[in-house]
Design a protein around this ligand. Structure first.
Ligand SMILES: [Fe+2]
Length: 83
């Protein structure tokens, strides 16, 4: 994977800035962050116990699985696939 954990976090921060610029209440952003960081931590924990899996890559994939979720609301596609 050519994307670092910091680059993945930067993408989430960019999405946060975009969403707030488009009118999302900043105090609601924690729900998104809690979800994606929680999913990433669970995925990394599971991956670390499975032989042959790269826990950091799995962490990044889980961290970004909702990156298109806000678009899904407008386009009616499954966010896991888009992400
Ligand atoms: Fe999700």
């Amino acid at each position: 994977m050519s994307l670092s954990i910091q680059e993945a976090k930067d993408l989430i921060n960019n999405l946060k800035e975009k969403e707030i610029a488009l009118g999302r209440a900043p105090e609601t952003w924690y729900t998104y962050e809690n979800h994606v960081y929680g999913a990433a931590n669970v995925a990394k924990t599971i991956a670390s116990k499975i032989k042959g899996m790269n826990a950091n890559e799995i962490y990044i994939c889980a961290l970004l699985h909702d990156i298109s979720r806000t678009e899904e609301d407008r386009e009616q596609h499954f966010h896991g696939i888009l992400g």
